[in-house]
Write a protein that binds this ligand. Structure first.
Ligand code: SF4
Length: 489
């Protein structure tokens, strides 16, 4: 077997303890590069010999590489026709005949009952999400008799997840202690990992249970995992811009060595001030409780740092945090030390950024009455981070903005909507849509990266019904539109 030590370039400050006192066991990552099926098996054996809490001390990248050679793991699409037809029938893919498809043929606008709808140029399902949903459908078709589980919601969209439940997919629950409840998962079962990935400890646990793993992790998320892995190999602490409880960030942290998670620029500024001026470490640890790796020491572990991000955070904020961290290291150590003290790699998902840019575009003419939007409709799961940022843009611009996760939030008979604000509040708005059809109304529409077109079509259908009690629905018709270009990365 080939066993290769990690040749890390140690940072000036000591970044890692040499081992557990008293046990003589190293806490360094197990650096193993698998070069054959036997090597892969050996890496997996090493993984299995580690207790659960120590899974992150494995060389996570080597473990994942080995897992891919184990014969019980796949991350490939097959593009079989059957699953694609099922997705179409369930309305969990791109619209080909409905209102959204028809709008795309007519320049992303639609007129109905005195309402002008303007659909953002980039909206809805991104490449990674469509791929994940398709892989889940393919798994159901490929293993029709197997118990099929998923470690979390496949994506943050209730209608897609409901369709999967109807197909017999079991959603693995999270226990009170925050770990997944794998008690129902047995050897021979099939387990799907969602688009935003899974923690390396979960992958290890599932592999040991003898299941077939279908890994739908988006390649953009894997890119971030590689970034934090590189940082760990060089003894850098990863500063992750994200939400510490978000599944993607939990998974990313599991691939990092030492890490600290900051949720926004304000937290990053606080950390940078500590790095420059020092402060009370105990207060630091309390302030960032839950958001750092075990044993994190803010004095020792912020000497050499690298930047990483949850792929769905606001691009501008991630960039601002990156620049701030770079400036801070420059200020502390001077230009000669910067390359050794700071690492950054562009890991912002373009799909998220494109959707944000498209909302900025349709909301960019508010000063011109004939082009101004009367409201912004944002469709997407309530636990979807990227959707919350789309809503945030509408609120920031002072446009009445309504974030709904499905058409059931709209009550046609009372003309009311139950909608969410960017920062979490659920509110009800009555007399939502002016019923007088002679009053022109311009509605901008966008949807999150995990939202199928059918969800947007269903919400618009209810809006048209509020405005026009005789509205009979949009007739489906064949269109020539293929996949939206913005779906690709
Ligand atoms: S939003 Fe980006 S990172 Fe997330 S699944 Fe889509 S393409 Fe991948």
């Amino acid at each position: 077997m080939f066993v290769t030590s990690i040749q890390s370039r140690p940072c000036l400050a000591p970044m890692r303890r040499a081992g557990h006192p008293g046990t003589g066991r190293s806490t360094q990552p197990v650096a193993v590069r698998a070069a054959s099926a036997q090597d892969a098996a050996r890496v997996l054996e090493l993984a299995a010999s580690k207790p659960e809490g120590e899974a992150k001390k494995l060389d996570a990248r080597a473990f994942r590489r080995s897992l891919s050679k184990s014969g019980t793991y796949t991350k490939r699409l097959t593009n079989e026709e059957g699953p694609l037809q099922s997705m179409d029938a369930h309305g969990v893919g791109y619209s080909r005949t409905g209102l959204v498809a028809q709008m795309r043929e007519t320049g992303n606008t639609w007129q109905q009952a005195g309402i002008t709808v303007i659909l953002a140029e980039a909206y809805g399902f991104c490449w990674g999400v469509e791929r994940a949903v398709q892989m889940a459908y393919e798994a159901r078709h490929r293993y029709p008799d197997a118990e099929l589980h998923i470690t979390n919601e496949i994506i943050h969209n209730p209608s897609v997840n409901d369709r999967l439940r109807e197909m017999g997919v079991h959603f693995i629950a999270t226990r009170d202690d925050g770990l997944k409840d794998f008690s129902r998962v047995a050897a021979g079962d099939v387990v799907i990992l969602p688009a935003f990935g899974a923690a390396v400890g979960e992958m290890k646990d599932l592999h040991e249970r003898g299941v077939q793993i279908v890994d739908t992790t988006c390649p953009w998320v894997s890119k971030v995992w590689n970034a934090v892995d590189n940082q760990a190999r060089k003894g850098h602490t990863s500063i992750i811009h994200g939400k510490w409880a978000h599944e993607e960030t939990v998974a990313t942290a599991s691939f990092a060595g030492t890490y600290l998670i900051v949720k926004d620029l304000a937290e990053a500024e606080w950390v940078c001030d500590f790095m420059v001026n020092g402060g009370d470490s105990a207060f630091f640890l309390e302030k960032f409780k839950h958001a750092y790796s075990e044993g994190f020491d803010p004095v020792r572990d912020l000497q050499c740092i690298g930047m990483a991000n949850q792929t769905t955070m606001l691009k501008g904020e991630t960039q601002a945090i990156g620049k701030l961290l770079e400036r801070t290291q420059l200020q502390r150590f001077g230009p000669g030390e910067l390359s050794r003290r700071f690492m950054i790699m562009d890991t912002i998902c373009d799909a998220t950024q494109e959707r944000q840019d498209a909302v900025f575009k349709i909301t960019g003419a508010q000063e011109r009455p004939e082009e101004a939007l009367d409201m912004l409709l944002v469709v997407g799961g309530f636990n979807s981070s990227n959707t919350s940022h789309l809503q945030e843009i509408g609120e920031m611009k002072g446009i009445p903005s309504f974030w709904v996760d499905c058409a059931d939030r709209v009550d046609v008979s009372t003309n009311s909507v139950l909608h969410k604000l960017a920062h979490g509040e659920l509110v009800e708005t009555r007399d939502w849509i002016p019923r007088d059809a002679s009053m022109p109304l311009r509605i901008g529409v966008t949807s999150g990266a995990s939202t199928p077109d059918r969800a947007v079509e269903d919400v618009l259908d209810r809006i048209f019904r509020i405005r026009d009690p005789n509205f009979k629905g949009i007739q489906p018709r064949a269109t020539k539109v293929g996949k939206p270009q913005h779906a690709e990365i």
